[in-house]
Design a protein around this ligand. Sequence first.
Ligand code: ATP
Ligand code: MG
Ligand code: MG
Length: 350
Amino acid sequence: GATIGILGGGQLGRMLSVAASRLGLKTHIYEPGANPPAADVAHACTTASYDDEAALRAFAEAVDVITYEFENIPTSALDLLEPLKPIRPGRRALAVSQDRLVEKAFLSEQGLGTAPFAAVDDEVDLAEAIEEIGTPAILKTRRLGYDGKGQARIMAPEDAEAALADMAGAPAILEGFIEFTREVSVIGARGLDGSVACFDPGENIHRDGILHSTTVPATLSPAQRSDAVLIAAKILNALDYVGVMGVELFVTPKGLLVNEIAPRVHNSGHWTQNGCLIDQFEQHIRAVAGWPLGDGSRHANVMTENLIGADVARVGELAGTNTAIHLYGKAEVKPGRKMGHINRITGPAS
Ligand code: ATP
Ligand code: MG
Ligand code: MG
C-alpha cells in the first residue's frame, strides 16, 4: 500500500496513523521533537528539524503524499517539499490558516461573517483599532497561537498597553469580543474529486482557553445547522481543499460567525471515532490518499471530554458505561497538556 507522510507527530498524527493502518496504508512521521506520540504506531518516523534539507528530501522520497497534523509548518520546508510530492491539503489552506489576519480577510472575501478585526503592529495601530472596534476586544498574535496562547483581553482602553506588551513585538490582530450564545464547530471533508461531506456540528466548551468538551448534537436550530455546514462547504470549495478541516463558529443572535479554521483533523472532531462509521481520521486519510470519502453520518449522541494534564489520572473513574477511552501514550504529564480523551455515548442519535 501507499505511504502517507505526516508532518507532526502529536496525538493527531498518532490517530491518523491508526486510521491509515486500518486501511492497509503506511504512515511516515516527520517530527523535530523527541518521543513523538505518533511514532509508537507509525511505520516510520524521522526525527529532524524543519531546517534539515537532507532529512526533508529523504522523507519526501519515502512517501507518496504529504499531509500534516498542525498548521505551523515553516514555509521554507513546504517550499522544499512541494515540488517533490503532493501536499494535501494544499499550500493555500496553510497560508490562510497560519496568519489570523490573512484568515479573516479570506473569510470576509467569501462573504462570511467574522468578528470585527484590525491589524495591529504598534501602539498607534492599537489605539486606532480600539477606537474603531471598541471594547471589550481581544488582541491575538497573528501567527503561532493555540489553546488560547498569545491572546490578551482588552476590557477597557486602559488595558491596551499591557495587552500589546503581551504580544512581545509580534504582529497582532485586534478582534471585537463576540457575545456568542454558544460555540460550535463543523468538521468538513473534501475529496480529490471535489465531493464534500461534513460531520454533524459539535458544541464546544472551553476552559482556560483549551477545549474541554464537545457534545453532539449541538443545540442549534435546523436553519443554524444547515448554515454551519454550508459555511464549511464554502470554505472547502474556495480553497480547492483536499482533506479534513475544522471550522470553529460562534453562534450569535444575528447568525453564525467564523472564529478560525484548522486545515487538519481537529480536537472537536474526536467524537466521530465512536459516533460515526467513518471517523474524521479515516476520512482525512481517504481524502489525501485519493479515495472516495466515506459515510460520516452520526449514529449516536456523544460527548467527548478531553483529559488535560492531571485529568488523565481520573480515566478509571470516567471510564464508566458506554465510554471509550483514547490515550495518547505521552509519558510526561504537564499542566495544560492533552493526554487523552474519552467519548461517552449518551444515547441513540437524536
Ligand atoms: P485553538 O486551540 O482552538 O486553535 P486558539 O488559541 O487559536 O485556539 P481561538 O480559537 O482564536 O484561539 O480562541 C480561543 C477561544 O477564545 C475561542 O474558542 C473562544 O472561546 C474565545 N474567543 C476567541 N476569540 C474571540 C472573540 N473574538 N470573541 C469572543 N470570544 C473569543
Ligand atoms: Mg487556533
Ligand atoms: Mg480555536
